[in-house]
Design a protein around this ligand. Structure first.
Ligand SMILES: [Zn+2]
Length: 85
């Protein structure tokens, strides 16, 4: 956990409740910088993987089928990948 200093009283004593970090001394609430952005970014990176694999299908037709299968592992409904099977 990152150490945090209360902006109001300078204390670094906090407790966590729900998704807040609360100063034990003055009760100032801070939103935890949660990792809740992670699921989103991982789906973006999957989309990037798919794009990259589709590009490989185009660049390397001899192995396109293999790349297409990898794409379909990630996204079994990918129409573009199905064309390479
Ligand atoms: Zn405080």
């Amino acid at each position: 956990m990152k150490s945090l200093i209360c902006e109001k009283c300078g204390s670094n004593d906090f407790f966590e409740k729900n998704s807040y970090r609360i100063c034990k001394y003055c009760n100032t609430k801070y939103v935890l910088d949660a990792d809740d952005a992670k699921p989103k970014s991982s789906s973006i990176s999957l989309n990037n993987d798919i794009k990259m694999l589709l590009q490989k299908c185009r660049d390397d037709p001899a192995n396109a089928r293999r790349y297409a299968n990898l794409i379909l592992d990630i996204d079994s409904d990918n129409e573009e990948a199905k064309r390479y099977l």
